[in-house]
Design a protein around this ligand. Structure first.
Ligand code: HMG
Length: 440
């Protein structure tokens, strides 16, 4: 069977940076440690006034096409995943295609364009759609571009405000990919939930604490479903485990749950049992509450073991490097985590040829998906092309007062006319409705 997966990836970050410790914390009258240690975030990326989900997506896709020497004729499908769409009819992919067509002699007339929505998991669902389209043989030898783009903004003074972010990830999906091959096996955990939603509103209504519980519950179900597909999982099967990362503190909790879950009945459980005992089984307790308390106690002890900490340092920590500097990118978040992990591995000369990654995607509302990916030899050359470090370093540092104006500028209900803080350079800019897509 021909391998299908991600051939190339590009990341485009918003041009502004808000420092959470230096700028946000004092304005909120909070200890900086709440953001840097508790949530695990140093900064958020924000779009300047001339940036939005279309320009960021188009900029990432343009860089991808240029680097791979592609023109619109090579592309049979453009899928955009977003939960920040501004048009209930025309998909964001048509706006992105409009931008790209303004700089190529060809257009995307015969490409199938769409928009995917299921909170943050839509990025992975779009990847799945592109994969299935190629697998089904309907692609006529063409490639798919998948774009995950969001401005993840919360209402001012919402607890989620500290986790904001904005950026886009563009992925080229193709046969014989240069980066990772996707597995056919997938596990899902899905249930109707109302902890995070935006019914006809720009900023989400969020029950933050509950949203964390729902994330963990769906993750566990998806893991069980995945295990039923592959017949058991061992933590050391995977070199990196990129999670959906609303903030690294959430991944700290999710990783502990995942690890505890997958070590059950393995040699790892037996080894750590010498230190902390076996993990509790539901049948050993009279009430569910007693069982949950015992599980919490066991998980806390587990995360203190050397074995767990070494696993976390190798497989999880590297995936959080970019998220710490940009915040939540919603649909792009798990794809940023994969890129961060691979970038870290290349920098540290880790041999990942044919290694496996376990991807844990999640979207509120709520659904988790687990699948694995196999790293393709030569992956380092592809990852070396990412210029994310330059982009992060080039961001303009905003003051709190500038942040307040920029947040207003991106509030669709606001009348505020805000001057741009940076000068666009070789990028698509939002220049007013109907004139979108100009490249400056
Ligand atoms: P909060 O309630 O203001 O924060 O907001 P907190 O008081 O819980 O503190 C956060 C952490 O910092 C805690 O750590 C504190 O102990 C610690 P924990 O106990 O949880 O391990 N802390 C400190 N640590 C060191 N030094 C200090 C200090 N002070 C406190 N001085 C909340 C947190 C998550 C509720 C908020 O950020 C929020 O509402 N976020 C938005 C929702 C969200 O991100 N949920 C995550 C799961 S749902 C998801 O991922 C989907 C999503 O991406 C959307 C989609 O799918 O589309 C959001």
């Amino acid at each position: 069977m021909t391998a299908v997966g991600i051939d190339a990836i590009e990341i485009w970050t918003g041009n502004l940076r808000l420092d959470l410790a230096e700028t946000f914390a004092p304005a909120q009258d909070e200890d900086p440690g709440k953001y840097t240690k508790g949530l695990g975030l140093n900064a958020s990326s924000f779009p300047d006034v001339y940036e939005d989900i279309v320009t960021m997506g188009a900029n990432a896709a343009h860089r991808l096409m240029e680097r791979k020497g592609l023109t619109p004729d090579d592309i049979g499908r453009i899928d955009v995943a977003t939960e920040s769409a501004f048009d209930n009819s025309k998909p964001v992919s048509t706006y992105v295609a409009g931008c790209l067509e303004s700089v190529y002699d060809e257009d995307f007339h015969h490409a199938n364009k769409g928009e995917r929505k299921f909170a943050c998991i839509a990025g992975t669902q779009s990847l799945d759609d592109a994969y299935n389209w190629i697998r089904a043989g309907r692609h006529r030898g063409k490639k798919a571009i998948v774009i995950a783009t969001d401005t993840a903004l919360y209402a001012r003074d919402d607890p989620g405000e500290a986790t904001q972010g904005a950026g886009a990830v563009a992925m080229l999906v193709d046969e014989d990919p240069s980066l990772v091959e996707l597995s056919t096996e997938q596990g899902f955990g899905s249930a109707d939930e109302t902890d995070f939603l935006k019914p006809n509103q720009q900023f989400p209504s969020v029950d933050g604490k509950r949203s964390m519980k729902v994330y963990l519950a769906r993750l566990r179900e998806a893991l069980e479903d995945y295990e039923s597909q592959v017949g058991g999982v061992h933590p050391e099967d995977f070199e990196l485990v990129p999670f959906h990362t609303p903030f690294p503190g959430m991944v700290r909790k999710a990783a502990a749950l995942g690890y505890r879950h997958i070590i059950r009945d393995t040699d790892v459980e037996l080894t750590v049992a010498e230190e902390i005992g076996r993990q509790p089984r539901p049948e050993e307790f009279k009430t569910q509450e007693q069982y949950f308390d015992a599980v919490t106690e066991y998980t806390d002890a587990l995360t203190e073991t050397e074995r767990y900490q070494a696993w976390y340092a190798d497989t999880i920590e590297p995936t959080l490097e970019i998220a710490r500097e940009v915040g939540n990118w919603y649909t792009g978040s798990v794809h940023v985590a994969r890129a961060a992990g691979l970038r870290h591995a290349r920098r540290n000369d880790r041999d990942l040829d044919d290694a496996k990654l376990l991807l844990a995607s999640y979207g509120s509302g709520a659904q988790a998906e687990i699948h694995h990916e196999t790293v393709v030899p030569g992956w380092e050359d592809e990852i070396a092309e990412l210029n994310v470090d330059e982009q992060l370093a080039d961001r303009y540092e905003i003051s709190f007062e500038e942040y307040e104006r920029i947040h207003d500028a991106h509030n669709h209900d606001s009348e505020t006319d805000v001057e741009e803080l940076t000068t666009p350079s070789e990028e698509f800019v939002f220049d007013g409705w109907g004139r979108m897509g100009e490249r400056k």
